[in-house]
Design a protein around this ligand. Structure first.
Ligand code: SF4
Length: 352
């Protein structure tokens, strides 16, 4: 198995040519690259918690948390540390290996930082990998988070530079690139991707992937989201994206960033199992597992386990400390339980 060389000099034309391949050729190529870099039957599993919900000053047109739109979302203040730790422990016991915490902020304030740093330390001490998304970061904030033990920072580009102003006006594309650079310089891993189906065209999808692949270092995680259309946001009635086009994005991301985890992220609940299986075939090898994906619901954990079982997928193994091995045992246990459950029929549940 030879790992594919990482490139940072992709041209738009090269990426376009990949998108234009016949679907089967594209998937075959993506799966070949995938197998050179990963175990094709392993998927990394993360859990996501919203630590501060709603009333965000930014105007991202897809987002129910933006204070600019009335989506009926219940706002919540920054969660207490104890609550976050309890959720992280529960996620770990359900088998997650990474715990992602998201706050609806433009950027963290001086007042917020100590709480956030405590969250990182406490969640990390449970043996979980930590990830946060808190908006824009200054170099010193990134350094503080890294010092507290934050492993990953999520900050998405969302779309191409060309289409960006149709989606967000309160921060620039360059602001986003600056935050990504600050995160890298602080020594953290980068989680960065985008959202498909926001009315962009294929050239925008190409442009976003070229931007990501030509960063000085590929993001370790590349979340590819399908827009979840939320009533009250400007995107509520945008036209559906062809599901095959979405799968093409995953496949091209896999080819251009061969060693990154490509995450099948928001919007998964609207995808049937066949579509999710095709996404895995295209090279997606990370999902969020659990009941909530920030403010949009995520497929029930049991359904995920059942799908893993039917596809022969295992949660990704990592070199790790004892507590992380326990995490894996927990998720393998959950898979085995799910596998054995259908053997027993409990009639008393039928009327529940
Ligand atoms: S995507 Fe993030 S920054 Fe944009 S409105 Fe939503 S919470 Fe705020």
């Amino acid at each position: 198995m030879t790992a594919t060389a990482l490139r940072h000099d992709w041209t738009l034309q090269e990426a376009r040519s990949l998108f234009e391949l016949p679907f089967n050729d594209l998937l075959f190529r993506a799966q070949t690259v995938h197998r050179q870099n990963f175990d094709p039957n392993e998927v990394q599993v993360s859990t996501l918690l919203s630590i501060k919900t709603g009333a965000c000053p930014e105007d991202c047109k897809y987002c129910p948390q933006s204070g600019h739109y009335n989506t009926g979302l219940e706002k919540e203040k920054l969660l207490e540390l104890e609550k976050v730790v309890a959720e992280a422990r529960a996620a770990r016991d359900k088998g997650a290996s990474r715990f992602c915490m998201g706050a609806a902020w433009r950027s963290p304030t001086v007042k917020d930082m100590p709480y956030v740093l405590d969250m990182v330390r406490e969640v990390k001490s449970l043996g979980l990998e930590t990830c946060m998304t808190l908006g824009m970061l200054k170099p010193e904030q990134a350094a503080e988070l890294a010092e507290a033990g934050l492993d990953y920072y999520n900050h998405n580009l969302d779309t191409s530079e060309k289409y960006y102003s149709h989606i967000i006006t309160t921060r620039t594309y360059q602001d986003r690139l600056d935050t990504l650079e600050n995160v890298r310089n602080a020594g953290m891993k980068v989680c960065c991707g985008g959202i498909m189906g926001m009315g962009e065209d294929e050239d925008d999808r190409v442009g976003m992937l070229v931007q990501l692949a030509n960063l000085p270092q590929h993001p370790e995680s590349v979340p590819v989201n399908m827009l979840v259309k939320v009533k009250g946001t400007p995107m509520e009635n945008v036209e559906d994206l062809d599901p095959f086009e979405f799968i093409r994005v995953l496949a091209v991301a896999r080819i251009m960033m061969p060693a990154s985890h490509v995450r099948l992220s928001a919007g998964r609940e609207t995808m049937n199992e066949q579509m999710q299986a095709l996404c895995f075939l295209a090279g997606a090898n990370s999902i969020f597992y659990g009941e909530k994906l920030l403010t949009t619901s995520n497929p029930e954990a049991d359904a995920d386990m059942a799908l893993f079982r039917r596809l022969g997928i295992r949660p990704e193994k990592r070199e790790q400390c004892a507590s992380e091995t326990q995490d894996e045992e927990a998720i393998v246990g959950a898979l085995e339980y799910e596998a054995s459950r259908h053997l027993f029929y409990d009639a008393s549940l039928e009327s529940a």
